[in-house]
Design a protein around this ligand. Structure first.
Ligand code: TMP
Length: 404
């Protein structure tokens, strides 16, 4: 068998299916979250994929613009693209609320976004947005109507798509002769190094490495000419891809990443088995910290109703007995309940008050941004709990080294 399971994260719900109330819980959908490694192409994928329309629909809650970190991240990248490519005609696949495309001219930009609530947003902003899933059909339509693209971009979307052959077939056809396909997604090596098993959830059908992407794109006569490791989303990787005969010279970053990946043995099944053992220990430690705090009857609040945290709560059997409620700035998550774990979500204004002394950093990927924002919480004796890279507490005493 080429695909082998190395991690079983148990029964999990659809992360985006926040509940309005706790009636009809027997109708809640669960699937078994198992993670596999493919020793033929080095790709890490879920064993069971969830139907795309169950995850990406008109109720999609996540807004990429809700974080300042992500706003400036995409602004920086748009500047880089403008330097690299003349007369950009851009296509973004999975444009969310327009956080990337808003940096480009409306005239030459096209977006594809299957969540109609988000597609409506960017259409209203003046960007042509097709409210469909990315596939050959829409790629052909764009080709016929708008012509080839010299920049195709996608952030945190390629990892959502089960059929990657379909993705690369359509990109190959639509990419201009000297065009660049840039995409970024969470990086499997960061997951392995930081024990962030919560990067595995329904929407992350795959987690990429340089090795796996190189293996996947070979047959489409595409190549990676540059690659960057990014801090966002807890550790991401950005690929710069062109046609085999495209004008871009291979950067030194490419061989550097290959060496790093080989050194870290991401091409060995044993690496993934070791990771799974660490995750089982991480679960035990986190539960111990939370239960010890609960013995003194103190409230514990979750910070950020993130999709990632859905994996933690459901894998570790954490419910409102351990995390009293969650705060999140996203309006359409507020006053709902988390899927599977059924923890209430409140606005930070309502939920963060002087009595709160313990906060679980569910949005750990925004640690720096959140700690800087909530520094007074620490100054007044508050304590953050995190599980990345290992379960521990963060207080005013040790905060410096956490955010440096
Ligand atoms: P993400 O990790 O999937 O991007 O989700 C982050 C979630 O955390 C999102 O729902 C917004 C929320 N959040 C806050 O509530 N406050 C914050 O300061 C930040 C940075 C994020």
């Amino acid at each position: 068998m080429t695909k082998k399971v190395f991690l079983n994260l148990g029964k999990q719900p659809v992360t985006n299916s926040y509940l309005k109330n706790l009636d009809n819980l027997d109708k809640e959908y669960f699937y078994n979250l198992k993670v596999t490694y493919n020793d033929k192409n080095n790709l890490v994928s879920l064993k069971n994929f969830v139907k795309p329309t169950m995850m990406f629909n008109s109720k999609y809650a996540h807004r990429a613009s809700s974080s300042k970190t992500m706003q400036s991240h995409f602004k920086e990248l748009s500047k880089e693209c403008k330097k690299k490519i003349k007369n950009i005609n851009c296509l973004e696949i999975g444009s969310n609320d327009g956080v990337f495309i808003k940096n480009f001219s409306k005239k030459n930009t096209i977006a594809v976004e299957p969540c109609s609530n988000l597609a409506n947003l960017t259409n209203d902003m003046g960007y042509i947005t097709y409210p469909v899933f990315w596939n050959q059909k829409i790629s052909n339509k764009i080709l016929n109507k708008h012509g080839k693209r010299n920049l195709i971009f996608s952030a945190n979307t390629m990892s959502h798509i089960e059929d990657l052959d379909e993705v690369f077939t359509s990109i190959k056809k639509l990419l201009d002769k000297d065009g660049v396909f840039i995409f970024e997604d969470p990086y499997i090596l960061s997951v392995l190094q930081t024990n962030s098993y919560d990067q595995f959830y329904d929407e992350h059908a795959h987690l990429f490495s340089y090795l796996s992407i190189t293996n996947l794109i070979k047959k489409f006569e595409l190549r990676v000419f540059d690659v960057k490791i990014l801090n966002v989303h807890g550790g991401s990787i950005r690929f710069y891809i062109c046609h085999n005969d495209g004008k871009y010279k291979k950067k030194r970053s490419v061989s550097r990443i290959l060496n790093i990946e080989l050194k870290n043995k991401i091409n060995k099944f044993q690496t993934y088995k070791n990771f799974a053992n660490k995750i089982r220990r991480s679960k035990k430690k986190l539960l111990k910290i939370l239960k010890d705090i609960k013995k003194s009857k103190k409230l514990i609040v979750g910070y950020g109703a993130t999709y990632k945290s859905s994996t933690i709560y459901n894998y570790c059997n954490i419910n409102s007995k351990l995390i009293d409620y969650i705060v999140d700035t996203t309006k359409n998550k507020q006053n709902k309940f988390t899927p599977g774990s059924h923890i209430k979500i409140l606005s930070p204004i309502k939920g963060l008050h002087k009595e709160i002394k313990y906060i679980f950093l569910a949005a750990w990927n925004f640690k720096k941004e959140i700690i800087n924002k909530e520094i007074n919480f620490l100054k007044e004796g508050g304590c953050f709990i995190t599980h990345v890279p290992y379960p521990r507490t963060i207080t005013l005493k040790n905060v410096r080294k956490e955010i440096s």
